[in-house]
Write a protein that binds this ligand. Structure first.
Ligand SMILES: NC(=O)C1=CN([C@@H]2O[C@H](COP(=O)(O)OP(=O)(O)OC[C@H]3O[C@@H](n4cnc5c(N)ncnc54)[C@H](O)[C@@H]3O)[C@@H](O)[C@H]2O)[C@H](O)CC1
Ligand SMILES: [K+]
Length: 214
């Protein structure tokens, strides 16, 4: 496994790539979504016949909406479930929501039967997880885990502490995870395995040492 980084390093690297290197945030997000979409197609454990995408209010949610649009425009039956207060949405997430609404991606709500789906994509939280998961977010994670449906997580399984590998209240038990740029230190610890599943490390142009390393 290549180098791992801390959550804080990941957030600083994102910002350095945007502000110092000069790659716009939405470009990074599109590169991330294309890689995640590719991981979904390549993972023969996942049946993409009917996909439910769980969407948080930040850029992890933005990634998820971008992936939902890619699935929808390529003919996969895709639905999005938005969790969180509309007023707390990031600019990038809002933009991705506008694009999904152009393509009329179906919206469903928390009372949805998760068991009718063949794959669930987790875009609730990534490196922005800041406290124990509660409320609707916890309900969505617990429903996903109890549904028996295979889950693919974006960046970090939601609810998992990316530094310690500990569960913060509750956490997604993913079959697989597409982590962006580098695996986060807590994700490769043995106690994290039930939550990360198979980890895909996706090159999206964010580099510790200004060049890609296998
Ligand atoms: N341009 C970029 O920076 C890229 C980021 N990538 C993706 O972005 C996420 C990190 O996004 P961020 O908006 O910073 O945070 P999250 O989406 O992880 O969290 C959303 C939001 O949730 C709030 N929050 C935190 N903890 C809780 C909680 N327990 N309950 C409720 N709400 C909570 C907090 O306010 C956060 O802002 C990263 O993981 C990537 O997926 C791109 O992929 C690459 C470019
Ligand atoms: K996630």
């Amino acid at each position: 496994m290549a180098e791992t980084i801390s959550v804080q390093q990941s957030r600083e690297l994102d910002q350095k790539t945007i502000n110092e290197v000069g790659i716009p945030s939405l470009v990074l997000m599109e590169r991330a979504a294309l890689k995640i979409y590719g991981d979904l197609l390549a993972n023969d454990e996942l049946d993409l016949t009917k996909v439910l995408v769980l969407v948080g209010s930040g850029n992890n949610g933005g990634d998820a909406l971008d992936v939902a649009r890619l699935l929808e425009t390529h003919g996969f039956d895709t639905s999005v479930l938005l969790i969180g207060k509309p007023q707390s949405r990031s600019e990038q997430m809002e933009r991705q929501l506008q694009i999904c609404d152009y393509y009329q991606v179906k919206h469903v709500f928390l009372d949805e039967d998760f068991g009718q789906y063949t794959t669930i994509v987790d875009g609730l939280f990534g490196s922005g997880l800041a406290r124990a998961v509660e409320g609707d977010f916890a309900t969505a994670i617990d429903k996903a885990n109890q549904s028996g449906v295979k889950i693919h997580a974006i960046d970090i399984p939601s609810g998992l502490n990316g530094d310690s590998g500990e569960v913060m209240g509750t956490a997604v038990k993913a079959t697989s995870t597409s982590t962006l740029a580098y695996a986060k230190t807590g994700m490769v610890l043995s106690q994290a395995k039930p939550y990360t599943g198979k980890i895909f490390v996706d090159d999206i142009g964010i580099y510790l040492h200004d060049h890609y390393e296998e």
